[in-house]
Structure formats: structure tokens, C-alpha cells
Design a protein around this ligand. Structure first.
Ligand code: M6R
Length: 607
């Protein structure tokens, strides 16, 4: 999704803007641009395509004040004229989000004589601000007045060449934070863009507006009331967002999973028992009379929820439903104040999940828990309880380590709920905790399958469709495998619970349709084997991920890879890893843009 970087400093800030945009590339974009104050004018450079092209285009540009942007097209095609910044008179604006009343603003402004040169909603902000400056010449106040007329979600950054040396930023609904330092002050969509200049971050709240100069930061609400926001020292390491020796972020993140899991599970410490307190100080109190759970999430995060449903009902005996956030927010549902709402999100900024959470709260469902990888994100801040997965920054659009750490967090939730419901003996608890502790080692062993999976991946190069099968708690893992494959290799993939095959999808099976099956050694293995026979009988090519001790033989059209050990309830965490590796290597064979697949954004901050 769009990314913003802005700077006011005592030295040339163009390299900071460009480097910041590079760090935001992972969010997804199709064009980029920057504008700086250059004497008595605005100098603007825009390009369609990569930030590297913008870097070349701006090589001779220098300034101490500027704004920059990566655009992910919503209103208007990706093109130079639609790329930000948008200019009106002496000002330039970049914007992340969607302005819902842009059509009426555009009509009014056109009637006033403004000429629009793009199809974007953002250009309305530029002209509206320019019109406002005629009545209110102070830029800070003019931006306040302008923002009060905007309906929708936005994070904006503005410069004005007639008021040099300052950048005004504002946020409502879209992420924006400040980076403060002795040598300059900055703003960006996320901290990774600013680690190059500072670790001191100030998270703006919705409705905040800030004025940055090289030596000062002023924050008010939109009505002008001054506010103080605390400075957080970011724990993100710059190395965490570097590629290192890996070819792609996705590959790096797949291989970081043992460490990400170890970090996430560190909270359990050396204890043989876990307490509700790991979800927040008030968790014991809040969970005491929970009678059911509703998980809200999108995409990969929803798959962790669907997996957890099996755990929560089987181990904790708590009814659990999972809803795709974008559907839940618009349907009429029956509110239950005793239900625990669990919002799962890697980024914590996904517009649909945030809106679904707010919708649940508006229905009086106030028992809320965020499972999230970004501590200061909107979803975390709006939930009563929180569990922060410690996966580290996830840059690749395809979610990998965020998913497995979410699963670990959800398993901890299962154990806590089982304890609250008195369904867990100390002995069982201690066995599960030992299994959790052993997970990083087990994941490491699964990663050793990479070279075998690479061989399989070559056979997918000419395929247009694939079917993923799983049963029970591995069905959501099949869904995740299908999503990974389609997202980065553009091969159409669907997931089915294996028992559903004969109810329709079997009609699709032929020699051109690879069927990938998750076959752990559990109570459903024999049933699964019968399902696989159905595929084999139709000439389908089977790729089976079995456990070391599963009785699964290779034969004509049946390829088997074995995971090193059977991992009981936690088996989904191991079984998703070969599927991540398979998608990654198929994408490599197909030559797609692994980390930035077409049409997709990392952080989906618009509806
Ligand atoms: O940041 P979130 O976890 O809320 O994002 C939700 C989805 O957009 C995300 O999981 C998406 O499906 C991934 N690209 C999948 O790899």
C-alpha cells in the first residue's frame, strides 16, 4: 500500500527520502515520486515503476525539506500524472488512504476554477488546501481546516515553498509516525523507513496533526488543541530489514522461522505452566466468563484463525468461529458480550480487520484481544488485551513467519482458555509447553527439505492450476498453501478438505492438475489415503507431504516427502513450511517478482 516519507533537516534530505521509500517498497506500489522546496519553487520528480528509477531522476536534486511517496493505484491507473506528490500553487501533497468525498470536493473546486491534472482523490486535497491558504495563510492552521473537510482515511504530508523549512503531516485512519532527532525531524508510514536516521519514534493518533522543522516538532489535534505524544525507542534493528545473504525477503523470512518462534515463545520462559497474564494484566479477569471466541482476520491471518478453531474446540472446549473481517463488518450478526473477539493481523493496520474490530465493539463486544506483530499498530491499541508475536519485520508480501508465530500465539491462547475452563491437567500443560519449546528445532529440521522441494518445484513451471488437500486442522494449512502459490507464482490454486473431492473438484483432476496433499500421521490418515486413491485413479499427479512414520509409499504418479517427526496438535506449524518453500521455488522457476507480486500490497490499509 502507499508509503510516505517526509523530512525537515539541517542537511540535504533527498537521499533520506529515497532510502526511506526503498524501505517501504515491501508494502507494494506501482509508481513513486518526491517533491522538495528548491528556492522559491517546488521541484518534483515522479516515475512509474521502481524507486531505483526515481533515485536516478532525482540524482541532482538537493533540499533540506521534502516529501516522498510510493503509490499503489486506487483512483486512476498507475501513471506519472497520477503519481504523488500533487501540486497546487505553492504547495505539494502526498497522501495514503482514500478520500471518500473526493468527487464532491472535485466538483466544488472545479467550479472555483481549479484544473485537475490527475484522476486521483489526492489532488482534491492539494487544491482544497491551496484554496484554504487564501483565507488562512498559516500552513499548519490551513491543513487543520482542510483535514476537517475530508471524509475517509488519510495520512498526508505537505510542503509549501512560500513557507520553507517545514513539513506538515496529519493522520486519520492510515498509519503515520514521526522520527525525531537532533539533526532533523521526519515522518513515515512505518518505522523501517526512518531507522536510517533515528530510533526515536512518535506514533501519531488518529486526528493528530504535526508541524516538523529541522529543530522542532509541534503536535495538535485537528481543532488546534496541543497534545503530547510519547517518544518510543524502536527496538527494530536495521539489520532486520536488510536482505543479508538471501535472494529474497520471503526466503529470508521462511528461514527466520525457528528464531521468530523462539522469540515469540520466550514469554513462556522456563516455566512449566502459563498464565492468562501473557495476554495482558487484565486477562484473567476478562477471560473468566468468556463463553466463546470469534476470530476476525483477513488472508493468511484468517488461516491461522481457522487452524486455531480446531485447537480451541478440541483442547479448550470453547466454541470458536472465524470470520473474514471484510464480511463480518457488513453482515448483521448476533452480539454476545461474553464472547472474546480475537483480531489477528501481522501489520495491525489492515483496514478490514480494524473496521471489523470496531464493528464488534460497537455491538457491545468489549472483550477484545489483538494477536499482532506490530506493537504500536492501530489494532493493538484498540484491543483490551494483546499478544505481540515477535517475528520481526516481515517485508515479503507473502506472509510466512508472521503466520507460524500467530499459530504459536493461538496455541498459547488455547492452553490458557483450557486452563480457565479447567480442561487441562498440569501434566498435559507441561507436555504441550515442552512441545512448544521444541518447535524451533523441529522447524529447522523441516527447512532441510528445501533441496528436495526445489526439485518438485521445477515440475510446476508449466502448470496453470493446482489443488491442495488437507483434513482436519491441516485443511486451513492447505488453504494457506494454495494462497501462497497463487499469490507469488500466479498459478491458480484451490484448497479442499480431502473428503470434499468427490463432491465436485475431482472433475478437475487430470495429468495437468498437480494435487498437493498434507498427510500427517494422525487419525485421519487412512481416510486421506482413500481420497488420494481417488486422485490417482483419475491420472492425477500427487505430491504428498507425509510424516516420518506415515505409511505412504511412492508409486507411479505419487511423490512423497517426509517431515522429520510427527508433531501431534502442533503439526500444522510444521506442515505449512514445505508449502511456503514450494511456492517460493515455483515462483523462482517462473521468474515472478517474489517479494512484490503484481497487484498486491503488504499492508492493506484501504478497504
Ligand atoms: O497484516 P495482516 O495480517 O492483517 O494482512 C492480512 C492479509 O492481507 C495478508 O495476510 C495477505 O493475505 C498476505 N499477503 C498473504 O500472504
Amino acid at each position: 500500500m502507499c508509503g510516505i516519507v517526509a523530512a525537515a533537516a539541517g542537511k540535504n534530505i533527498v537521499p533520506v527520502l529515497v532510502e526511506g521509500l526503498k524501505k517501504l517498497e515491501y508494502r507494494g506500489y506501482d509508481s513513486a515520486g518526491l517533491a522538495v522546496i528548491s528556492g522559491a519553487s517546488i521541484e518534483r520528480v515522479r516515475s512509474v515503476g521502481r524507486v531505483a528509477e526515481l533515485e536516478i531522476g532525482s540524482a541532482n536534486t538537493q533540499s533540506v525539506t521534502g516529501i516522498a511517496h510510493t503509490r499503489w493505484a486506487t483512483h486512476g491507473v498507475p501513471s506519472e500524472r497520477n503519481a504523488h506528490p500533487h501540486v497546487s500553487g505553492s504547495i505539494a501533497v502526498v497522501h495514503n488512504g482514500i478520500i471518500e468525498n473526493y468527487e464532491s470536493l472535485r466538483r466544488d473546486l472545479t467550479a472555483q476554477g481549479y484544473v485537475f491534472t490527475s484522476d486521483t482523490d489526492t489532488e482534491s486535497i492539494a487544491h482544497l488546501l491551496e484554496a484554504t491558504l487564501k483565507r488562512e495563510p498559516d500552513l499548519f492552521k490551513a491543513v487543520q481546516i482542510t483535514c476537517r473537510q475530508l471524509v475517509g482515511a488519510y495520512a498526508i504530508a505537505v510542503i509549501d515553498h512560500s513557507q520553507p523549512g517545514k513539513v506538515i503531516v496529519a493522520r486519520e485512519g492510515s498509519p503515520l509516525l514521526l522520527g525525531v532527532s537532533d539533526t532533523g525531524n521526519y515522518a513515515a508510514s512505518d518505522a523501517s523507513a526512518l531507522l536510517q536516521v533515528t530510533r526515536n519514534m512518535v506514533y501519531l493518533e488518529n486526528g493528530d496533526i504535526a508541524e516538523l522543522t529541522a529543530t522542532s516538532v509541534k503536535i495538535t489535534r485537528l481543532d488546534g488543541t496541543p497534545v503530547e505524544r510519547p517518544v518510543h525507542v524502536s527496538q527494530l534493528s536495521a539489520a532486520a530489514v536488510e536482505l543479508g545473504n538471501y535472494q529474497h525477503y520471503m526466503q529470508k523470512e521462511i528461514f527466520e522461522q525457528p528464531e521468530a518462534l523462539a522469540n515469540t515463545l520466550e514469554i513462556v520462559g522456563g516455566s512449566k505452566s502459563i498464565q492468562p497474564g501473557i495476554f495482558g494484566a487484565d486477562a484473567a479477569n476478562l477471560m473468566a466468563d468468556v463463553d466463546s471466541i470469534l476470530i476476525l482476520a483477513c488472508g493468511t491471518s484468517s488461516h491461522s484463525g481457522f487452524t486455531a478453531r480446531y485447537w480451541l474446540e478440541a483442547i479448550a472446549g470453547v466454541t470458536c468461529n472465524v470470520e473474514i473481517a471484510s464480511e463480518y463488518r457488513y453482515r448483521t450478526s448476533v452480539a454476545n458480550p461474553r464472547q472474546l473477539i480475537v483480531a489477528i493481523s501481522q501489520s495491525g493496520e489492515t483496514a478490514d480487520t480494524l473496521a471489523a474490530l470496531r464493528h464488534a465493539k460497537s455491538l457491545g463486544q468489549m472483550k477484545t484481544l489483538a494477536i499482532c506483530n506490530v506493537p504500536e499498530s492501530a489494532i493493538v491499541r484498540e484491543c483490551a488485551l494483546r499478544f505481540i508475536t515477535r517475528a520481526g519485520p516481515e517485508i515479503g508480501v507473502a506472509s510466512t513467519k508472521a503466520f507460524t508465530t500467530q499459530l504459536a500465539a493461538l496455541f498459547l491462547l488455547t492452553l490458557v482458555m483450557a486452563k480457565v475452563k479447567e480442561r487441562l491437567t498440569p501434566g498435559q500443560e507441561s507436555v504441550y509447553i515442552d512441545q512448544l519449546r521444541h518447535l524451533p528445532v523441529a522447524v529447522n529440521k523441516v527447512l532441510e527439505l528445501e533441496s528436495d522441494i526445489e526439485v518438485w518445484a521445477k515440475r510446476f513451471a508449466d502448470k496453470h492450476h493446482a489443488l491442495f488437500l488437507g483434513r482436519g486442522r491441516h485443511y486451513p494449512i492447505a488453504m494457506e498453501g494454495a494462497l501462497k502459490l497463487k499469490e507469488i507464482s500466479y498459478i491458480h490454486a484451490e484448497a479442499y478438505p480431502a473428503g470434499e473431492l468427490k463432491h465436485g473438484p475431482l472433475a478437475l483432476v487430470d495429468a495437468d492438475m498437480p494435487v498437493i496433499s498434507i498427510a500427517p500421521n494422525d487419525q485421519l490418515l487412512d481416510k486421506l489415503k482413500s481420497n488420494l486413491k481417488e486422485v490417482q485413479a483419475r491420472g492425477g499427479e500427487l505430491y504428498v507431504f507425509a510424516d516420518a512414520d506415515s505409511e505412504m509409499a511412492e508409486s507411479e504418479g505419487v511423490h512423497v516427502l517426509r517431515l522429520p517427526e510427527h508433531y501431534g496438535e502442533l503439526s500444522p506449524i510444521l506442515h505449512v513450511i514445505p508449502l511456503q518453500l514450494l511456492s517460493y521455488h515455483v515462483a523462482l522457476v517462473k521468474g515472478t517478482d517474489v517479494d512484490k507480486p503484481r497487484n498486491l500490497a503488504k499492508s492493506v490499509t484501504v478497504e
